[in-house]
Write a protein that binds this ligand. Structure first.
Ligand code: CBA
Length: 445
């Protein structure tokens, strides 16, 4: 046999290294049992168990619950009336087209991703007629969904922007501070939500941004603010824009819900377009997780709108240096689905219809829950359920009430009282309303 001698030599060497007699070549069964080198203790013994993620950990707990009435309203993931995850018809169609196309290969994409996807994504968020696109002063790179786009943007800013302070709304999506801190930015908050009115603390927001240092970065939720469901009005956006531009504050938009707020893609992108129209610079992180239901495909894009084409191309060259050691280049499948849909007029129209249906179903759930609480005479003003926008209702329930609802009713949600309206159905609304009613009337200790 070809390897016989080499094998014998290797085994002899191993025995020698383990302290066995190297000349005892008759025994071919080499023991790999730990010898004196291993004390039995792990080199990782000091590692402490980390807590579960406050949002994704809710799903972990939900999965462990054997109750048949359990309900997961934690993570922001769309469910059908039957409580099932939804793959859009237009996505299935696009996948079929991709599968049938025998010329498609699985080669690496460029570091910046699928160029067609990048162009279409910039158009989708900035508008087909955007002067910034026409003037070639936008660079767009494909990233790993919204999270990856935020992280790449944050790393770029930490390396190339003179101000390292980023202001995020209070409250905000729980992952924001972690993303920006790990990228090396210093995170501060600006007032956003007023628990008393369950609306925007516009005065506080203006005061805090007004006293931010010149040039500071400001994270803005483009629409459907997570977790509060409270968005500024167009007039308020205009005031925010003026204030930020007057202080040279750099806008970093997080657009995870385009189309989910109003059901209209253009309407939901207005705040961003308002900032781009004035000729100033900004960053935009886009996600297709929610609006195309591509959660696990991890499809997103980071666009940086620059002053001119030359700056944009230099910025792109540096983004490549951020991406290459982080994930080298992004995955091909999800971006191909998105590009297939966005570039075909009929498929695009089909998508907007399906998207509107999702947004409308969520709005309907708001009405059903509000009516259910009213009909039970649940103490409190629940009108915010119908007023808030997007995937979530920020109920105002405290962590004790949430724990009660989980224990007694098997309803899973984040401890800040946020519920994902997209996880509800007409069948489950009464159960949730019963739980809220009981929590409000019994669990306020
Ligand atoms: N920004 C905001 C404001 C978000 O709410 C989310 C998702 C993301 C990232 C970015 P992705 O990386 O999947 O494109 O999204 N937030 C959640 O819906 C959930 O997906 C949520 O339940 O809050 C999450 O990851 O926490």
């Amino acid at each position: 046999m070809h390897g016989g001698n080499a094998d014998r030599r290797l085994h002899a060497l191993l025995r020698h290294l383990e302290g066995a007699n190297p000349t005892d070549s008759g025994d071919r069964s080499v023991s790999f049992a730990p010898t004196s080198g291993y004390s039995g203790a792990s080199v990782f013994d000091h590692v402490v168990r980390a807590p579960e993620d406050p949002i994704l950990g809710v799903t972990v707990a939900y999965n462990k619950d054997p109750s048949p009435v359990k309900l997961n309203l934690g993570v922001g993931a769309y469910r059908t009336e039957e409580g099932k995850p939804l793959v859009l018809n237009v996505v299935r169609k696009a996948e079929q087209i991709l599968v049938n196309d025998r010329s498609r290969v699985k080669e690496y994409l460029p570091i910046t991703g699928l160029s067609e996807f990048n162009k279409l994504s910039a158009k989708l968020i900035l508008g087909a007629e955007s002067p910034a696109i026409q003037e070639n002063r936008v660079t767009t790179v494909q990233c790993l969904s919204g999270t990856g786009s935020l992280r790449v943007g944050a790393e770029f800013l930490a390396q190339h922007y003179h101000q390292h302070t980023i202001y995020i709304p209070q409250p905000t999506w729980g992952n924001h501070p972690k993303i920006f801190n790990l990228a090396g930015l210093s995170v501060k908050t600006y007032r956003y939500y007023d628990p008393a009115t369950r609306g925007l603390n516009f005065q506080g927001l203006l005061e805090d941004l007004g006293s931010a240092p010149t040039g500071a970065i400001v994270l803005l939720h483009a629409c459907a603010h997570n977790p509060t469901g409270v968005d500024p009005t167009p007039d308020q956006w205009e005031n925010i824009r003026r204030l930020m531009r007057s202080k040279a504050l750099l806008p970093f938009f997080d657009s995870a819900y385009q189309g989910f707020a109003s059901g209209n893609l253009d309407a939901d992108a207005q705040p961003i377009r308002m900032f781009v129209k004035d000729g100033g610079e900004c960053l935009v992180a886009q996600s297709y997780a929610k609006n195309m239901g591509l959660y696990g495909e991890r499809v997103g894009a980071l666009s940086i709108v620059c002053r001119n084409a030359d700056v944009a191309s230099r910025v792109e060259s540096q983004l490549k240096l951020v991406i290459r050691p982080m994930f080298s280049n992004p995955p091909i499948h999800g971006a191909s689905i998105v590009a297939t849909i966005l570039k075909d007029r009929n498929m695009f129209r089909e998508w907007t219809i399906e998207l509107k249906a999702m947004a409308d179903r969520i709005i309907h759930m708001r009405k059903l829950l509000f009516d259910a609480l009213r009909s039970r005479g649940t103490p409190g003003d629940w009108s915010h359920i119908v007023k808030q926008i997007g995937m979530f209702t920020y109920t105002g329930l405290d962590s004790k009430q949430v724990a009660f609802m989980t224990k007694e009713y098997h309803i899973y949600m984040t401890s800040d009282g946020r519920i994902s309206m997209a996880g509800l159905s007409s069948r489950t609304v009464p159960h949730l309303a019963d739980a809220i009613h009981a929590a409000v009337t019994q669990a306020t200790v």
